[in-house]
Write a new protein. Structure first.
Length: 263
């Protein structure tokens, strides 16, 4: 596992955006060979999306031959709802770059057949050859996507009940009213994410320090699903200094040393 430690949230966001652009350009995607990018929602990736838009506007990257798969969607919210993840992605990224609509993949929280929706999502990823780079964030309890504590580390795309702590954390997007936060979501599984060629997890803020500690120094456990990244051959965490406050000084020194001359 690689761990990149940056001074603050802004630096993390810019680093990750440049890393995404680097991989797209290195891949040299074509209409017949798309670069497949997994994307998150929530507060953490907003800075990354802003920088990706900036790099696109500067003609440093094109998304014309990029396919995207988002991690999750609330059940019961239509795409027009400002709190749906489809709306979030349109406002914060999709409408600002040259992604082709047919290459944007998002789970349908209004489907009448959840099993079929999940099965088709997994198939769509497989049909494109798998995800080249999956970007994610993490919850305070260590969940990735909506894979809450005690989710199987081999789980696939499915419906998931959300914990009260997750709903409380997301209440800030729902007028700080937890009663307005949906109780279920449809999400890619831990196994789905880990099938990607590379997985990059953004972890910022002191409130995520315990999750980061379990991700790096803790045991692999379904209690902290982010810990599954330890098993990935190309797992990468990009974090800020605030998030490292529960890591040992030896761990921080080690990663600062080995990564000082790397990308």
């Amino acid at each position: 596992m690689r761990v990149i430690i940056k001074p603050d949230y802004e630096t993390v966001s810019k680093w990750v955006a440049n890393y995404v652009v680097y991989h797209i350009n290195k891949f040299r995607p074509t209409p017949e060979r798309l670069f497949v990018l997994g994307l998150p929602t929530g507060g953490t990736p907003i800075g990354m999306y802003k920088e990706l838009i900036n790099l696109y506007q500067k003609r440093k990257v094109s998304f014309e031959n990029v396919a995207t798969f988002n991690m999750d969607e609330y059940i019961g919210l239509p795409p027009s709802n400002p709190q749906s993840y489809r709306f979030f992605m349109e406002e914060n990224f999709f409408k600002h770059v040259n992604l082709k609509p047919q290459n944007i993949h998002m789970l349908n929280g209004l489907t009448k057949d959840y099993e079929k929706e999940c099965r088709n999502y997994e198939k769509a990823i497989k049909d494109l050859g798998g995800v080249n780079l999956f970007i994610g964030g993490v919850g305070e309890d260590g969940h990735i996507a909506f894979n809450e504590p005690f989710s199987s580390l081999r789980s696939r795309t499915r419906v998931k009940t959300l914990t009260e702590s997750t709903r409380q954390a997301n209440a800030r997007f729902f007028e700080n009213n937890i009663e307005k936060v949906p109780t279920t979501a449809i999400t890619v599984g831990v196994g789905t994410i880990m099938d990607s060629a590379e997985v990059l997890i953004m972890i910022t803020g002191e409130n995520k320090a315990e999750a980061l500690q379990h991700a790096i120094e803790g045991n692999i456990s379904h209690v902290w699903t982010v810990s599954a990244l330890q098993m990935h051959p190309h797992g990468l965490i990009v974090c800020d200094k605030d998030a490292t406050k529960k890591l040992s000084s030896e761990t921080v020194a080690y990663f600062m040393d080995i990564e000082k001359n790397n990308f």
